[in-house]
Design a protein around this ligand. Structure first.
Ligand code: ASP
Length: 329
């Protein structure tokens, strides 16, 4: 295929282990976000034969240092470039630690049906057998494909394609670190060919009501993690400091009588409390009686529920409306 016939894909670099550099051969003790996006692209054999590539550096950090400013910049850049007819799709390179959060934020805020594919690596570029080049290769192939259009933001990792809503990091070091647990992946990618078997049914991208074009700061939402002997004071402290709170409860979103009682004490303030589970699989169904400002985070993990609550709070403070948002996204 001549270069003129290739589809155009924009690769937005944010750093992470995929851009990590360390001692030759080693998989630990490296610096995340060290290599720039053009060097990353140049280091993958055959990548330039898949698409006409444009690299852009949005950030170059360990993904634990990603901020909402990076999210807003990413969304706005994708929305801006997405309007251009000559661009077929997008790849975002990202550290794996918070990849699922950025993926879900983009899934709820980008306004394009064009493929947006996020990927990363568990091993730095200087490791003996780095996984980044292969993941980037597959991500570009997917972003240039027609099969990925309209499927929301996708994550590609180790031959599998995941929905941004459900993908989670599940290992601190295995190369095959991502999964969507009960929901499974949406499909596979073998070399450059995508095979889809599922599609997301929850609302995303062009059908999402969230618009962050004019927003400079997102509402403040904290996460309180329940454990044996958890101090109810920490719950109160985090709630009072925030516009809304996520609780990572035990099991089906449960917690001690002390925490239940503290939630009742906080009802008078009316700010939302969303109950999720510290278990990464399953749904939280609130069958017990809870205060009027308390709702379920559905199947979202605490960090994803936090993103949805922040975005919900940009639209409304009405608990019934926030409850509806948690049902449909
Ligand atoms: N700490 C790294 C990061 O998230 C881990 C990785 O990318 O795999 O940037």
């Amino acid at each position: 295929m001549s270069k003129r016939d290739l589809r155009k894909v924009v690769i937005l670099g944010t750093g992470g282990t995929i851009a990590g550099v360390g001692e030759p051969g080693l998989t630990t003790g490296y610096s995340s976000g060290s290599m720039d996006i053009d060097a990353l692209i140049a280091g993958v054999p055959g990548l330039k034969d898949l698409a006409w590539l444009i690299g852009e550096q949005i950030a170059n950090v360990n993904s634990d240092d990603i901020t909402q400013d990076d999210w807003l910049r990413l969304t706005r850049r994708i929305n801006e470039l997405g309007k251009r007819e000559d661009i077929a799709g997008f790849v975002v390179t990202h550290g794996t630690d918070t990849l699922e959060e950025t993926a879900f934020f983009l899934n709820l805020t980008v306004k394009t049906r064009k493929p947006v594919v996020i990927t990363g690596a568990m091993r730095p570029s200087t490791a003996l057998s780095p996984d980044g080049p292969f993941n980037l290769y597959q991500a570009v192939a997917l972003a240039a494909s027609r099969e990925a259009v309209g499927k929301g933001v996708l994550a590609v990792f180790s031959d599998a394609v995941y929905s941004a809503r459900d993908v989670q990091k599940g290992s601190t070091f295995h190369v095959d670190a991502f999964s969507s647990d009960d929901f499974g992946c949406l499909g596979y990618i073998r070399d450059t060919v995508p095979y889809f078997y599922n599609a997301p049914v929850k609302r995303h991208t062009v059908n999402s009501e969230f618009d962050v074009e004019e927003i400079s700061a997102l509402p403040k939402v904290a996460i309180s993690y329940f454990h044996v002997d958890a101090d109810p004071e920490t719950l109160r402290y985090q709630y009072m400091k925030s516009d809304g709170l996520i609780i990572a409860g035990a099991g089906n979103g449960e917690m001690s009588l002390l925490w239940d009682r503290e939630m009742e004490n906080l009802e008078c303030f009316g700010k939302p409390i969303v109950i999720t589970s510290r278990i990464h699989d399953g749904i939280v169904t609130l069958h017990r009686k809870v205060p009027s400002n308390v709702l379920s985070g559905d199947t979202l993990n605490p960090q994803k529920a936090r993103i949805l609550l922040m975005l919900a709070l940009t639209k409304t403070a009405d608990i019934a409306k926030i409850r509806r948002i948690f049902e449909i996204y």
